[in-house]
Design a binder for this molecule. Sequence first.
Ligand SMILES: Nc1ncnc2c1ncn2[C@@H]1O[C@H](COP(=O)(O)OP(=O)(O)OP(=O)(O)O)[C@@H](O)[C@H]1O
Length: 363
Amino acid sequence: MAHFEKSQIENLLKSVIDPNHGLDLVSAKSVKAITLDGANVSVRLELGYPANSTIEALTEAVKQQLKTLPDIGSVFVDINVKILSHAVQQALKPQPNVKNIIAVASGKGGVGKSTTAVNIALALMAEGATVGILDADIYGPSIPTMLGISNYPTSLDKKTMMPNMAHGLQTMSIGYMVPAEQAMIWRGPMVTNALLQLLKETNWSDVDYLIIDLPPGTGDIQLTLSQQIPVSGAIIVTTPQDIALIDAQRGLAMFQKVNVPVLGIVENMSLHICSNCGHEEAIFGSGGGAAMAEINKVELLGSLPLDRSIREYADSGVPTVIADPDSRAAQIYKEIARKTAAKLALRAKDFTTRFPTIVVQNT
Ligand SMILES: Nc1ncnc2c1ncn2[C@@H]1O[C@H](COP(=O)(O)OP(=O)(O)OP(=O)(O)O)[C@@H](O)[C@H]1O
C-alpha cells in the first residue's frame, strides 16, 4: 500500500494558489492540519476571510493537486473560515463588537463611492460575514435611499441606538435622524463629532466588517475621521479620468499620512456596455485605475462597468448584489469583497478582540 510523508502533501499544497490574495496555501498559513492514514489523506484549511463563492473551487483545486500523487487513496478537504480582528492605528482602541472597520473613500464626489460601499458590504455578507455599514457621508447621506430604509433608529436603553436592519446589514446613517438640508450647514468639528458619536453610540452586534462610507474628498473632515476612527484598512473608489485619478492619489496620500493601509483601488464606471448592441466603450478613458495601482504599488481590486442597472437598483433601495446576485456586476462586487477581506486577513492581527467566530464550515 502507498505511504506518503506530510512534506510531500505540503509541497503539493505550495502549488495551490488562493486566487483571492494570490499566495499559495502554505505561504498564506492556510494549512492547519494534514492527516495521513495509509494512502488516505485529509487536509484541514482555514481562511481568514469569507469566501462562500470560492470555497468549492478551492476544495476541488486541492483535491486535484493531491490526486496527482500516484496511488493516493481518498482525499478529504475541510475548509473553515475564521475572521479575526486586525490592527488599527497605534493610538486607537478597536471599536467594541466590531472586528474590522474598512473605510471607503474617494478623492472627489460623484464617482460612485456610496454605491460601491453598499454593494461591497452586501457582497461581504453574501460571502458569509456579519456586516455593518455606517454612512459617514454627512453632506449627502445616500445609504438610506440605496437600502430603502429611513425609519428613526430605536433605542432600548435611551443611551445607545439600535442599527436599522436592511437586507441583513446592520446600518446607521445621519440621514435616519436629520433632514438632508440641516446636515449641509454643519461645520467641520460638528461633523466629525457627530460621526464619531454615530459610530460609538450604535449597538453594533458582533460585526466582522463595518464599512464606513466616508464623505468625498480629502479635506480636514476626512483627515480627522481617518485619524480618529479605528480603521484596519481603506478602499479608494475612482473613475478612470485623469482628473479623478489625481484626486484619488490625494486619498492614497491621506491614508498613508495617518498610517491606514490602503487595501486597494476600485475603478468605477470603467467601461460602458451598450444595452442594445453590446458595444463596449471606455467613456472615461481606459487603464487609469490599473496604472495608478501599479505606480502606487496598491492592488486594483476590480473594475465596475458604467451600467444603468447598477444605478436603477441603487435608486430603488435594492442594490445589485441583492437584486441580481448572479449578474456580472454582482460577481465583480463579490470578487472585490473577497479580495479586500483576503488582503486584510494577511495583515497583522489584533488579539484584543474577543469574539473570533467560525462563520463557514465546508467539506
Ligand atoms: N457603475 C455604475 N454604473 C452606473 N451608475 C452608477 C455606477 N456607480 C454609481 N452610479 C450612479 O452614479 C450616481 C453617483 O453615485 P454615488 O452616490 O454612489 O456617488 P458618490 O461618489 O458616493 O457621490 P457623493 O459622495 O458625492 O455623494 C448615482 O446615481 C449612482 O446610482
